[in-house]
Design a protein around this ligand. Structure first.
Ligand code: F6P
Length: 325
């Protein structure tokens, strides 16, 4: 890979996601192959403001694929959202002689990258978020691991719910999106799945489904609630009021962001990290790396941020069928 760039930086920003380390490793290794020096920027955009960097060599990133979290730490940086903060970050880029930045994270991270780009810094974003809500890509790093973690937890909950013949209301993450809830709901065989992208009619979507399940002889129920849809505690209270069950509410929370990345996350992160370096080395900037039908592509960040990602209708309909039958 012939390259006109000499030194790049890589950072992780926003909520961490399993597989981010594999992406960092891939960026460092691909840089070395291209003869480019790679600096790790710690604590997201804060590290760019403060010049908090460490050199990443092929050796120093060894063994990272199997580690959850991010070895570069991550942060949401209020200072970077100010013009002064951005000026400081741009000065750091110039001072360090960075010819480009790979920014791994979600849409907040890409908005930050856009700000850098507006100041003439070459940037490429890599989608890393368990929410899988980046519209231009079919897949974001961390989603598969988060699904599997949630499924593992809910399988355990199901065991005890089955023993006690109880109802479990489980809130999963996803911010304003229901992708995680939908996948997990289908995978655990939920009684009902509530997502923010579809209007919830409590009678139809919860009460009726529990009643129908009961008539069919089932004696324990799992209701999956996306955090962006409705509070799980409210769902639990209404189930008690309207059906007379005594549900247990579990908010899975940050456990969904940790753990050893799955094969899918390790491989996707590795492909995206390499592709990000190739994109910068080819002189392309203001791009987001995407995976579309299994192929690596890149989109303009502005375009990527203006796109909206809905739930896949066929996936939602599958959940509806399975929770109705
Ligand atoms: O975007 C990832 C995510 O885990 C969301 O699903 C969740 O709403 C949010 O981050 C939680 O953020 P924090 O770690 O700041 O509590």
């Amino acid at each position: 890979m012939a390259s006109a760039i000499n030194r790049i930086g890589v950072l992780t920003s926003g909520g961490d996601a399993p597989g981010m380390n594999a992406a960092i490793r891939a960026v460092a290794r691909a840089s070395a192959v291209a003869g480019v020096q790679c600096l790790g920027i710690r604590r997201g955009y804060n590290g760019l403001i403060n010049g908090d960097v460490t050199e990443l060599t092929p050796d120093s990133v060894g063994g990272l694929t199997r580690r959850g979290g991010t070895m570069l730490y991550t942060a949401r940086s209020p200072e970077f959202m100010t013009p002064e903060g951005q000026k400081k970050a741009v000065s750091t880029c110039r001072y360090l002689g960075l010819d480009g930045i790979v920014a791994i994270g979600g849409d907040g991270t890409f908005r930050g990258a856009l700000d850098l780009s507006a100041h003439g810094v070459a940037v490429v974003g890599v989608p890393g978020t368990i929410d899988n809500d980046i519209a231009c890509t079919h897949y974001s790093i961390g989603f598969d691991t988060a699904c599997n973690t949630a499924i593992d937890c809910i399988d355990k909950l199901s065991d005890t719910m089955q023993s006690h013949e109880r109802c479990s209301v489980v809130e999963v993450m996803g911010r304003r999106a229901g992708h995680l809830a939908l996948y997990v709901g289908i995978a655990v065989g939920a009684t009902a799945v509530l997502v923010p992208e579809r209007e919830v009619d409590f009678e139809r979507d919860v009460v009726e489904k529990i009643r129908r399940s009961r008539i069919q002889g089932r004696n324990h129920f799992i209701i999956i609630v996306a955090e962006g849809c409705i509070r799980a505690t409210d769902v639990g209270r209404r189930i008690q009021e309207e059906i007379g069950l005594d549900p247990r509410v579990t908010i899975l929370g940050h456990i969904q962001r940790g753990g050893r990345p799955t094969a899918r996350d390790r491989v996707t992160a590795s492909r995206m990290g390499v592709f990000a370096v190739e994109t910068l080395a080819a002189g392309r900037t203001n791009r987001v790396v995407c995976i579309v039908n299994g192929e690596m592509r890149d989109f303009d960040i502005n375009e990527a941020l203006s796109m909206h990602k809905d739930l896949q209708d066929s996936m939602y309909n599958t959940a509806v069928t399975l929770t109705t039958g």
